[in-house]
Design a protein around this ligand. Structure first.
Ligand code: ACO
Length: 462
């Protein structure tokens, strides 16, 4: 099979959100801590009628409808999530409702879990399936769905919620460069969920930041090494048009990209400009450990990276700044932001109508997926326009990101805190019905109606 990858995408996030500057005031932290310090604008969260299953159902049905894909054409369905609703029954089995109704129960795949990395594991499983001998010619589907909620305290503003569905197949406009891939996996307690009675993680914030950056370096070195071995030339940030990162909050993305620029200087990559070498050369003798703690290096590398950041990273940041951390969906929401930014203009729509084939202005996207605990992979995708309905412009049109962001409802911080309390109480609970107030949900959205005395969950579609 040729050009295996992502044919179609749909993004769903809850219509309920809170502005970060309002949360700053409410939490009594210094002005700018969340908006500038973390780089976040707004945070979405599930109200009591939504959860990872309802969001997954919404994303899956919307994708099938909008791209006119018959549910019988799906042969594998993989879910990535770290939001535990059941310790045995996978979220995938709930999503089977959509497929069994039309007689399709022959669908492989279950859930993958490791913090924010589960979605990438699910995606690799689907891509590998299509590339393998067991592929039966049908599409694969990947669903990343998470509700990121933290206990009160410094991590709370880094929450968020979303589900993303992706259709996997051949001749994809978003194709995997499967040979260039490097992982770093190890045993660390930076963020984990040992308390099964609580939805909240135990998190060592500072350690998780350092782990993220160390792992990024390790994956980038591995990626460069593989590229150089196969292509016979050095890799540097000049060889990719875009960089997309798992985004717990935007500031970490800025620091991550700056780290890659520093890494190019350390490796003395030929494409590095003299000005960057001058700014960062003095830091190349630092040991790895020292370099993660050095504030001067952090500042200087962010300065040196700024011009490249605006071109190569910034286009893939909108949804993440507006919705927050979506755990497994986070990196794919960043990728969706890039497609939205580059392909939703009217010109692209016209090109599609007249089926004008053209090369995208940039076509290699390097992706960095990180999940605490930890597991991480750097891999790359190749963009080509594709043919409708599986074209980049149509994907941008279907995702309709601007409209979805615009039609959200901002809730007051008191209401947000009150909702968090209700959800804390309900987590792992049984025997309750929800308020069924769906006034804020768009038509077609699934919602939770009841959890009965045997913990069975029931959903309805608005
Ligand atoms: N104006 C501008 N900037 C400010 C202000 C202000 N008034 N106040 C603080 N800042 C800056 C700080 O200088 C800091 O920036 P820096 O990182 O460049 O130094 C930033 O805002 C954050 O402030 P801190 O004091 O470092 O924040 P705190 O330690 O309270 O919390 C943290 C931040 C650790 C990220 C916390 O939100 C957290 O634990 N989040 C969850 C863990 C996480 O997301 N880890 C990332 C990888 S793992 C994963 O994806 C889950």
């Amino acid at each position: 099979p040729q050009n295996v990858g992502i044919l179609a995408m749909e993004v769903y996030f809850p219509p309920t959100c809170i502005q970060q500057d309002i949360l700053e005031d409410f939490d009594g932290v210094s002005k700018g801590k969340y908006t500038i310090g973390l780089g976040q604008d707004c945070m979405a969260f599930c109200s009591e009628v939504e959860d990872v299953i309802s969001m997954g159902l919404t994303a899956v049905t919307s994708l099938l409808e909008k791209y006119e894909v018959d549910p019988r054409q799906i042969g594998r369905l993989e879910v990535g999530s770290e939001t535990v609703i059941d310790k045995s029954k996978s979220i995938k089995t709930f999503l089977m409702n959509v497929f069994q109704d039309c007689g399709n129960t022959d669908i492989e795949g279950v859930d993958s879990t490791n913090a924010c990395y589960g979605g990438t594991a699910a995606l690799f499983n689907c891509v590998n399936w299509v590339e393998s001998n067991s592929w039966d010619g049908r599409y694969g589907m990947v669903v990343c769905t998470d509700s990121a909620v933290y206990a009160e305290g410094p991590a709370r503003p880094t929450g968020g919620a979303a589900a993303i569905a992706m259709l996997i197949g051949t001749d994809a406009p978003i194709a995997f460069e499967s040979k260039f891939r490097a992982s770093h996996m190890s045993h660390v307690y930076d963020f984990y969920k040992p308390d099964l009675a609580s939805e909240y993680p135990v998190v060592d914030g500072k350690l998780s930041q350092t782990c993220y950056l160390m792992t990024l370096d390790s994956c980038y070195n591995g990626y460069c090494h593989k590229y150089e071995k196969l292509e016979g030339k050095q890799f540097s940030i000049a060889d990719a048009d875009y960089f997309v990162f798992h985004s717990p909050y935007n500031k970490l993305v800025q620091k991550s990209f700056a780290r890659l620029v520093f890494s190019d200087v350390v490796r003395n990559a030929s494409s590095v400009e003299e000005s960057a070498k001058e700014k960062l050369g003095q830091f190349t003798s630092l040991t790895g450990d020292e370099s993660y703690q050095n504030r001067d290096l952090e500042k200087a590398s962010q300065q040196a990276a700024k011009q490249y950041y605006d071109k190569k990273v910034q286009p893939g940041t909108l949804i993440n700044k507006q919705v927050g951390n979506m755990y497994t969906a986070s990196i794919y929401a960043a990728f969706a932001s890039l497609i939205h930014n580059k392909y939703s203009s009217l010109v692209n729509v016209l090109f599609d109508i007249f089926t004008v084939q053209r090369d995208p202005d940039g076509n290699r996207v390097v992706m960095f997926s990180y999940g605490s605990g930890l597991s991480a992979t750097m891999f790359s995708l190749h963009l080509s326009e594709g043919k409708p309905p599986f074209s980049l412009s149509n994907i941008a049109k279907v995702m309709n990101v601007d409209e979805k962001l615009k039609t959200r409802t901002e809730l007051a911080p008191e209401k947000f805190v009150q909702l968090m309390k209700v959800m804390e109480h309900r987590y792992g609970g049984k025997d309750f019905v929800t308020s069924k107030d769906t006034s804020l949900l768009a038509p077609g959205t699934y919602y939770l109606t009841e959890v009965d005395s045997k913990y069975r969950r029931f959903y309805a579609k608005k």
